[in-house]
Design a protein. Structure first.
Length: 374
C-alpha cells in the first residue's frame, strides 16, 4: 500500500511523485480529471489533427540548466521561438514593446539611442511605482501604456490598473532594438508530441500508481504524508474563505488555411471583448505545413466562480492576507505539504514549477532519511 499520496497529476504532482518513486517509496497519485497533465494538457484536435493546448497555450522557456536537462529526459524539445503581435487602434504591432513597435507607433525611424532618449522624455519620473499604471507610466510613458496596456489589463484582470501590483508589468521587457522574442530565457521549446505524453513519461516511474477521476477528498486510505497540488483553500474546505482567481473561457473555431499567420494575436483595445486569439498550429512550426485547416481560440477572462477552473491568482491585498492565514493553518497541520501553482496560490511558469517540485521532493526525502516527519 502507498505510504505517500500526491494530489494532482499536473507537472508539480508528476515531478514530486517520480522523485519519491525513484527513491523507492510507494506513491499514489490521484487526479480528479480524466486526462493527466493538469493545465498544461494537450490533445490533437479530432477534426484537423492539430495539437491543441487545452487550457491555453504553453511555451516552455528557462535559463535553468538543470531543469532543461530534466525535461529532455522525458520528451524531445522542438525548436520554438515565441513571438506575439498586438492589435491596437486598428493596427498590428510587435510585442513586447521593441524598436519596431516604437517606430511604427510614433511613425518614426529612430535608432536605438534615439528611441531610448525619446521614451525617457515621455516616461513619468517615478522611482518607486506603487501599482501597474505607475510602473507603466514610468517605463514607457502614457501613450504606449494607453494603447497597449490599459484596455488589455482591464480585460485580463477585471481590475483598474491602479489596483494591480507593479510586478505584473515587470514580467515584460522593453527593448530598444528589433529583438521581438517574447522571452529572454536561454532555452525555449515545445515538446514534440505535446505536454500530456511528456508529463505521462514523468509519471511512468517505479513505485508510482496513478488513479484518474479520483478526488483526494474521496480517498479512505491514510498516508504518512500528502503532497497536495490542488488549491490550498479547498484542502481546508474553504473554512477561512475563498482565494480569488480569474478564469478563462476559450471560444474555439475552425478556419480554412491560415487564420492570422501567427500563434498569438493580442487585442489591446477595450472595445474588443476578448484578450487574444491563439492559433495552435503555429505552436508546432515543424509540422504546421501538414495541416490545410486551422484551429483558433478566442480567449475571454472573467472572475472565477466555484465551479470554474482557476487560472490566474489575483493576489491583491485582501487575497494576500487570506493566503497568509491559510499558510499559518498549513503550518499547524501535520502530514501535508502544499506544492504547485494552486497549493501555493502563485503564478508559476513551468520551469519554476519543476524546480520547486524537485526541491520539495528533496526536502521530503531528507526528512524520511533522517527519520523525521516531513
Ligand atoms: P496544475 O497544472 O493546475 O495541476 C493541478 C492538478 O491537480 C490538476 O490536474 C487538478 O485536476 C488536480 N487536482 C486539484 N485538486 C485536486 C483534488 N482535490 N483531488 C484530485 N485532483 C486535484 N507556464 C510556462 O512556463 N509557459 C507558458 O506559456 C505558460 N502559459 C500559461 C498559460 C495560462 C493561461 C496559465 C494559467 C498558466 C500558464 N503557465 C505557463 C503556467 C503553467 O500552467 C503552470 O506552471 C503549471 O500548470 C503548474 O502545474 P501544477 O501541477 O502546479 O498545477
Ligand atoms: N499586458 C497588456 N497587453 C498585452 C500583453 C500584456 O496589457 O498586450 C499586460 C497584462 O496585464 C498582463 C501583463 O501585461 O497580465 C503581463 O504580460 P504577460 O504576457 O506576462 O501576460 P500573462 O502571462 O499574465 O497573460
Amino acid at each position: 500500500m502507498a505510504r505517500y499520496c500526491v494530489v494532482g497529476a499536473g507537472l508539480s504532482g508528476a515531478v514530486v511523485a517520480r522523485a519519491l518513486g525513484e527513491a523507492g517509496h510507494a506513491v499514489l497519485v490521484v487526479d480528479e480529471r480524466t486526462r493527466i497533465g493538469g493545465n498544461c494538457a494537450t490533445e490533437r484536435d479530432a477534426a484537423t489533427g492539430i495539437m491543441a493546448h487545452l487550457y491555453g497555450p504553453h511555451i516552455f522557456h528557462t535559463s535553468d540548466e538543470a531543469v532543461w536537462r530534466y525535461v529532455q529526459r522525458f520528451c524531445t524539445m522542438m525548436p520554438y521561438a515565441h513571438r506575439v503581435q498586438a492589435v491596437a487602434r486598428g493596427r498590428v504591432y510587435s510585442l513586447p514593446i521593441n524598436l519596431l513597435t516604437i517606430n511604427q507607433f510614433f511613425h518614426t525611424t529612430m535608432s536605438p539611442s534615439q528611441a531610448r532618449a525619446f521614451i525617457q522624455e515621455r516616461a513619468v519620473n517615478n522611482l518607486s511605482p506603487r501599482n501597474f499604471q505607475e510602473q507603466a507610466h514610468a517605463m514607457i510613458g502614457k501613450e504606449l501604456y494607453e494603447a497597449f496596456f490599459e484596455g488589455y489589463t482591464r480585460k485580463q484582470w477585471g481590475l483598474e490598473p491602479v489596483d494591480l501590483p507593479a510586478s505584473v508589468l515587470k514580467r515584460l521587457p522593453l527593448r530598444f532594438d528589433y529583438d521581438d522574442s517574447y522571452f529572454a530565457h536561454r532555452y525555449q521549446g515545445m515538446p514534440k508530441d505535446g505536454y500530456t505524453p511528456f508529463i505521462a513519461a514523468i509519471l511512468d516511474a517505479p513505485n508510482v500508481e496513478l488513479r484518474r477521476e479520483t478526488t483526494f477528498e474521496s480517498l479512505s486510505e491514510s498516508f504518512e504524508h500528502v503532497l497536495y497540488s490542488g488549491p490550498i483553500d479547498r484542502f481546508f474546505d474553504f473554512r477561512l474563505g475563498r482565494l480569488n482567481y480569474r478564469t478563462l473561457d476559450f471560444e474555439k473555431f475552425h478556419s480554412p488555411g491560415d487564420f492570422q499567420g501567427t500563434a498569438v494575436m493580442n487585442y489591446c483595445d477595450a472595445g474588443v471583448p476578448f484578450t487574444r486569439i491563439t492559433e495552435h498550429k503555429h505552436f508546432a512550426p515543424w509540422e504546421k505545413q501538414n495541416f490545410e485547416n486551422t484551429i483558433c481560440y478566442r480567449e475571454y477572462s472573467r472572475d472565477c466562480r466555484p465551479t470554474d477552473i482557476p487560472y490566474y491568482p489575483i493576489r491583491q491585498a485582501k487575497e494576500q492576507r487570506l493566503l497568509q492565514d491559510y499558510i499559518s493553518l498549513a503550518r499547524e497541520t501535520r502530514g501535508v505539504s502544499f506544492i504547485g501553482r494552486l497549493g501555493t496560490y502563485r503564478y508559476l511558469d513551468m520551469d519554476v514549477t519543476i524546480g520547486e517540485a524537485l526541491s520539495a521532493a528533496g526536502v521530503v526525502l531528507e526528512c524520511i532519511a533522517g527519520g523525521a516527519a516531513p
